[in-house]
Design a protein. Structure first.
Length: 368
C-alpha cells in the first residue's frame, strides 16, 4: 500500500512514493543522471565517507539553525536549488516550492527553464521572501541581458550562472522516454526548435551558449548589482580564478550527476578547496555552496563543518511536490529541520557558526 504523508520519515521516502505516482516520462526526467549515473550515486554516498567527532558536555539546550546566505538571514542552511520543468511533477509547478520555501524561511532559486513563468514564480512569493535566479546563458546576449535586468527589477538577490552545462549531458532514461510536453515558458526562454525525440533535457537546451567563457564574466558583473555566483565549479583552481574574477560565490556542484559522469561529488571538492583557501587566508573572500546528494541533515552539517556557507537541495523537493504537493514539500523541510536540530545537539553544537573541521573525520575522502 502507498505510504501516507505521515508515513514519510525521511527524504528518501518521498522518492519512493513519487516513483509510483508520477508519469513514467516525468519520473525519468527528474531521476536520471548522466551515462552510467556513477556521479549521481557518488553524490550521496560520498557523505558516507565522513564521520563525526562530536563534542560532549556543551550546553545544547537551545539550538539555533539560522545563518546568512548572500546577505539574507535564513532559518536553516539550505536553499531550494533550481530544477527545470516543475509541472512535470505537479500541475501547479514551481510556485509550490515558493510557498514551501516561505513557510520555512529558506531561499528558492528560480530556474531559467521553469514551467511557470518567471513572473508567476515571483508573484507567488511574499514581500519579505528572497529568491535567486539560475541563469542559462543564451547565445543571444540581448535576451540574457533582458532576463538579468528583469530579475533584478523584480527583486532577485542573487544570479547563479550555470557553468557546468555547455552541452546537456546524456541522460539515457530521459532520452528513452521522449517527453512530449516541455511547456510554454520553456519555449519563450529560448527552447526554439524543440526536438522532442531526444528526451526533455535535449529538447529544452538548444539555446545554451557553449562558447561562454571566463572572458564573459566581467560583462555579467557590469550589467547587474545582484551578487554573481558560478554554479557547477569542480576544482580548486577554478575557485581561485572565480575569486580573482570578482564573483561573490561558487556552487561546488556536478548538476546532480546529470552532466559529466565521473565528476567528483561536491563534498569531495569542498575538502580539496577549503584548505587551499585557508592557507591563502582567502576563505572570507567568497561564499562557497555545495549541492548534490544531500538527503540527511547530517549531510548538511558535514558540508558546513568543512566550510560551506550553505547547501542546495534539488530532487527531494521535486519528489515531495510530485507525491504530495505543498504538504509534501512542507513535511520534507520540517523533517530536515527536526533532523538537523537533533544532530546539532548530538555533536555538541548549538549554533551553525560553531561547526568546524575538527568535528569531522574525513580520512575516508580521497583528498586525505
Ligand atoms: C537540475 N539541475 C539544474 N541546474 C541548473 O543549473 N539548471 C537547471 O535547469 C537544472 N535543472 C535540473 C532539473 C532536474 C530534474 C534536476 C534533478 C536537477 C541541477 C540542480 O540545480 C542541482 O545541481 C542538483 O539537483 C543537486 O542535486 P540533488 O539535490 O538533486 O541530488
Amino acid at each position: 500500500r502507498m505510504p501516507t504523508l505521515e508515513q514519510c520519515y525521511n527524504l528518501m521516502d518521498f522518492e519512493a512514493v513519487a516513483r509510483r505516482v508520477m508519469k513514467k516520462s516525468a519520473w525519468a526526467y527528474y531521476s536520471s543522471g548522466a551515462d552510467d549515473e556513477i556521479t549521481m550515486r557518488e553524490n550521496h554516498s560520498a557523505y558516507h565517507k565522513i564521520w563525526f567527532r562530536p563534542r560532549i558536555l556543551e550546553d545544547v539546550g537551545k539550538i539555533d539553525l539560522s545563518t546568512t546566505m548572500l546577505g539574507t538571514k535564513v532559518d536553516i542552511p539550505f536553499y531550494v536549488t533550481a530544477t527545470a520543468l516543475g509541472k512535470l511533477g505537479n500541475p501547479e509547478g514551481e510556485v509550490i516550492l515558493t510557498r514551501g520555501a516561505k513557510k520555512h524561511n529558506v531561499i528558492q532559486m528560480i530556474p531559467t527553464l521553469a514551467s511557470c513563468s518567471f513572473d508567476e514564480i515571483v508573484d507567488a512569493k511574499e514581500d519579505d521572501q528572497v529568491q535567486w535566479l539560475q541563469l542559462y546563458v543564451n547565445k543571444d546576449r540581448a535576451i540574457t541581458k533582458r532576463i538579468i535586468e528583469h530579475a533584478e527589477k523584480r527583486g532577485c538577490k542573487g544570479l547563479f550562472i550555470t557553468v557546468d552545462a555547455p552541452q546537456l549531458g546524456r541522460r539515457e532514461k530521459d532520452m528513452r522516454s521522449k517527453y512530449s510536453d516541455v511547456g510554454s515558458n520553456v519555449q519563450e526562454t529560448g527552447g526554439d526548435n524543440v526536438d522532442r525525440s531526444q528526451g526533455a533535457a535535449r529538447a529544452i537546451s538548444s539555446f545554451i551558449d557553449p562558447s561562454l567563457s571566463w572572458k564573459d564574466i566581467p560583462w555579467f558583473l557590469s550589467v547587474t548589482k545582484m551578487p554573481i555566483i558560478l554554479k557547477g565549479v569542480q576544482r580548486v583552481e577554478d575557485v581561485i580564478r572565480a575569486i580573482e574574477t570578482g564573483v561573490q560565490g561558487v556552487v561546488l556542484s556536478n548538476h546532480g550527476g546529470r552532466q559529466l559522469d565521473f565528476a567528483r561529488s561536491g563534498i569531495e571538492v569542498l575538502a580539496e578547496v577549503m584548505p587551499v583557501l585557508r592557507e591563502r587566508n582567502w576563505q572570507d573572500r567568497i561564499e562557497i555552496y555545495v549541492d548534490g546528494g544531500i538527503r540527511r541533515a547530517t549531510d548538511i552539517i558535514k558540508a558546513l563543518c568543512l566550510g560551506a556557507t550553505g547547501v542546495g537541495i534539488g530532487r527531494p523537493f521535486l519528489f515531495a511536490m510530485s507525491a504530495y504537493g505543498l504538504p509534501g514539500v512542507d513535511r520534507a523541510m520540517q523533517l530536515l529541520k527536526d533532523e538537523m536540530e537533533m544532530n546539532m545537539r548530538l555533536i555538541g553544537c548549538s549554533r551553525v557558526d560553531q561547526l568546524n573541521p575538527t568535528l569531522v573525520d574525513c580520512r575516508g575522502l580521497s583528498m586525505h
